[in-house]
Design a binder for this molecule. Structure first.
Ligand code: 13P
Length: 268
């Protein structure tokens, strides 16, 4: 991949991923998956042009794979081991996820960075194993409320991106970035479309500065209280290529409506 001469002309297919986090059970997952399939059957045109998928908890990935196979929706995982295979009790490897036909894997979600102390070295290993297995890592970055208030947003994001640049540039494999301001996750507070655009443009420039090949073509998703009511305005921004959706992805209608908002981006 080489950087295009005119980055404005690069087309990035909108992408919406649902992060179910540690929610649901078999029955609720079945219900949610059938809701998504129904939405696709009823309004296929409204979803044309958007790529979409769900990241269920590990035990339900197989169920998602069985139900969603052959549909518009793909599936992925919320985490992956930073080891290849072997005696790592409780861990799930990238090759196992690929075996379940996962397309994406989230790497470095703020909940994992904060609650499980994930380090840049571990995240880099996750990116590398994901790539080796043929998965697309969705690398999550974002600042806390106090960091934003201290005007440190760009500094924090630069450090998070720079920490992973080596892993991201080691191959020409695809990856996605998700900007998830920690203060907007599960709080009902959302970055304004202008705030999101400003940060997304910064992330793109930082990738380019880190010599990430094809930075203009990398999809950068916004996450943090994305809802049907704010999705269209967020996805209307030039560098907001879709969303990583938490709470609203647990309600089929809401998730479908967010996917439809992203699809509008592809016909602008
Ligand atoms: P919410 O959409 O619930 O704010 O969660 C965002 C998120 O963390 C997605 O990964």
């Amino acid at each position: 991949m080489t950087a295009p001469a005119n980055p404005e002309k690069v087309r990035r297919k909108p992408l919406v991923l649902g992060n179910w986090k540690m929610n649901g059970d078999v029955a609720a997952s079945e219900q949610l998956l059938s809701g998504l399939l129904r939405g696709d059957r009823e309004l296929p045109d409204a979803l044309a042009g958007v790529e979409a998928g769900v990241c269920p908890p590990y035990p339900y990935i197989g169920l998602a794979a069985a139900r969603l196979a052959g549909s518009r929706f793909g599936w992925g995982a919320q985490n992956v081991a930073h080891f290849e295979d072997g005696a790592y009790t409780g861990e799930v490897s990238a090759t196992m996820l690929r075996d379940l036909a996962c397309t994406w894997v989230l790497v470095g979600h703020s909940e994992r960075r904060a609650l499980f102390d994930e380090t840049d070295a571990q995240l880099s290993a996750k990116v590398e194993f994901a790539h080796r297995a043929g998965l697309i890592p969705v690398v999550c970055v974002g600042e806390s409320r106090s960091e934003r208030e201290a005007l440190m947003t760009e500094q924090v994001l630069a450090a998070q991106i720079d920490g992973l640049c080596a892993a991201l540039t080691s191959t020409n494999e695809q990856f996605v970035i998700a900007y998830e301001p920690v203060w907007a996750i599960g709080t009902g507070l959302t970055a304004s479309p202008e705030q999101a655009q400003q940060v997304h443009a910064f992330i793109r420039s930082r990738l380019a500065a880190g010599r990430v090949p094809g930075a203009a073509g990398v999809r950068i998703l916004y996450g943090g209280s994305v809802k049907p009511s704010n999705a269209q305005a967020l996805f209307g921004q030039p560098d907001v290529d879709g969303g990583l959706v938490g709470g609203a992805s647990l309600v089929a209608e809401d998730f479908l409506s967010i996917c439809r908002a992203a699809a509008l981006r592809s016909i602008r």
